[in-house]
Design a binder for this molecule. Structure first.
Ligand SMILES: Cc1cc2nc3c(=O)[nH]c(=O)nc-3n(C[C@H](O)[C@H](O)[C@H](O)COP(=O)(O)OP(=O)(O)OC[C@H]3O[C@@H](n4cnc5c(N)ncnc54)[C@H](O)[C@@H]3O)c2cc1C
Length: 461
């Protein structure tokens, strides 16, 4: 029973552990799951001998008349509901069912245990306090304009999959790598889906220190039959902005202005600051580009204030078809252009960004010719477009080589190298593979470059 407040405390968005370590509660979800499973095992060991005894005595129905037994049975049934709906395959395939079962199960469990035996009461009350404290914090401090919502622009992008959600009035208050929960409380989303809130990584750099930030921007990739697909349909059904507006957003037909509830920011890279590394590599798969985009934009603006150690960074983006290229290029090109145009704007050197794009399943017509410069794909010294899948091991090893050269240069000037920072965001498989590649690096090599640190963000729980 004493584990219940712990499991609740680790499951809420505003957990004490997250606040202390500066990481989102999703990073500690494995502890929440581990404790949840151990509660189920412990409860089964507690319940089974009683059931065995009642079966031998043949008086289960009579026993059920006693409040201590009936409340215990209700609590255990609730625990079965929570545990079954949390089985990974069910959780992934039916996330909303998992969430609703979790919520109903927890209410039944806590109410039943409160009256089961008096010793349970302090634990159920502390669990409820943690849960309600989290709700209060979310409502009062984490949700922008919690009652009316915040005006937003929704635009379906030309890849037919991604919705851009931009909030013009929010330009500060987050760090690169953080995410927000979005709820579109509009009947157009459908009666079920208008209540749902979903997490998305912020893709723009807010004002950090000096200067104006960009509006908060998230890119939402559609998942079949989910809230994200409905959002794309909802955005496509509208009509917003002038042709010029549309050009700016790189949107396809449609678009909509509406109010949304934005809760956050949550998460982040904790004590890892990319600006403090001598070399940086950012690897993204699909919509994981949002994480790298925000990091790169933030590093670029900090570099102009002299706050970034690295002289150049490499951003690798892997995705399936060139349709994504068309949709996202308007947001990526400023990274390349800022590096050249800002050279004169500051006494500090602009940060060079090498953009490596890998299209894994290009159409047969796709061919990139750097000599044929177009608005969408201009010839640029730091833009590299490849077809096929990259070899992650080669990518990391090449970056480690480069970091070792940079370390040599720094050592020559009497400066200690400050390591290689690697960020990876996207599907679980990509993130896991990259971790494995880094795990396989030789300790000696890592020491030469001043250490290698990895931050990963996988889109899924
Ligand atoms: C920290 C974080 C940041 C993310 N950032 C982005 C982003 O920038 N762009 C992007 O396109 N996607 C992002 N995602 C994934 C996005 O949240 C899911 O794709 C979306 O919630 C799917 O909802 P759905 O109803 O369309 O699909 P469903 O079929 O309901 O869900 C598909 C999968 O998405 C995950 N998911 C669904 N709802 C939630 C939820 N409320 N909380 C956590 N996970 C959920 C589950 O793993 C589920 O199996 C992020 C996820 C996390 C956890």
């Amino acid at each position: 029973m004493a584990q219940v407040p712990l499991v609740v405390g680790l499951g809420v968005r505003n957990s004490i552990v997250s606040a202390l370590l500066g990481k989102g509660s999703e990073k500690f979800n494995y502890l929440h799951r581990f404790l949840g499973r151990s509660i189920f095992v412990a409860s089964t060991l507690h319940v089974a001998p009683y059931l065995h005894k009642y079966a031998i005595d043949d008086d289960f129905v009579a026993q059920l008349g006693k409040p201590v037994i009936s409340t215990g049975c209700f609590g255990y049934i609730a625990l079965i509901l929570i545990s079954l709906s949390s089985i990974p395959v069910i959780r992934r395939k039916a996330f909303q069912f998992f969430q609703i079962s979790h919520w109903i199960g927890m209410v039944i469990l806590l109410v039943s245990l409160s009256v089961h035996v008096p010793i349970c009461l302090p634990f159920t009350l502390s669990s409820l306090s943690l849960y309600f404290l989290d709700l209060l914090l979310r409502l009062l401090f984490k949700t922008q304009n919690a009652f009316l919502g915040t005006p937003a622009v929704l635009l379906p992008l030309s890849d037919g999959l991604t919705t851009l959600l931009e909030i013009p009035s929010l330009t500060t208050g987050w760090r690169a790598g953080q995410h927000v929960y979005v709820r579109v409380f509009h009947p157009g989303m459908g009666l079920g889906k208008m209540w749902e809130s979903h997490p998305f990584t912020i893709a723009s750099a807010g004002a950090e220190g000096e200067g104006d930030g960009e509006p908060l921007r998230v890119f939402v990739k559609s998942v079949k039959r989910g809230w994200t697909e409905r959002l794309f349909g909802f955005a496509s059904d509208g009509e917003v902005g002038t042709g010029e507006d549309r050009m700016r957003f790189g949107g396809a037909k449609g678009g909509r202005r509406c109010r949304v509830l934005v809760e956050g920011p949550y998460g982040g890279t904790g004590n890892i600051l990319f600006s403090s590394f001598s070399s940086v590599l950012l690897v993204s798969g699909g919509s994981g580009i949002t994480f790298s985009l925000a990091q790169a934009l933030s590093l670029q603006s900090k570099a102009l204030l002299g706050l970034v150690r690295a002289r150049s960074i490499d951003l690798v983006w892997i995705f399936q078809s060139e349709a994504s290229l068309q949709a996202f290029m308007p947001y990526l090109l400023p990274l390349l252009n800022n590096a050249s145009s800002n050279k004169t704007a500051s006494s500090f050197k602009a940060l060079k960004i090498n953009l490596h794009i890998y299209i894994t399943r290009p159409s047969s017509q796709f061919a990139y010719d750097p000599s044929l410069s177009t608005t969408l794909l201009p010839a640029h010294d730091h833009l590299y477009i490849h077809t096929g899948r990259p070899n992650l091991s080669d990518l990391v090893n090449a970056k480690v080589e480069e970091a070792a050269m940079e370390a040599k240069r720094l050592n020559g000037r009497g400066v200690n190298p400050c390591g290689l920072g690697i960020g990876a965001c996207g599907p679980q498989g990509l993130v896991r593979s990259l971790r494995n590649v880094v795990g396989g690096l030789k300790g000696e090599r890592m020491g030469e470059v001043g250490g290698v640190e990895v931050v990963t963000e996988a889109f899924g729980v």
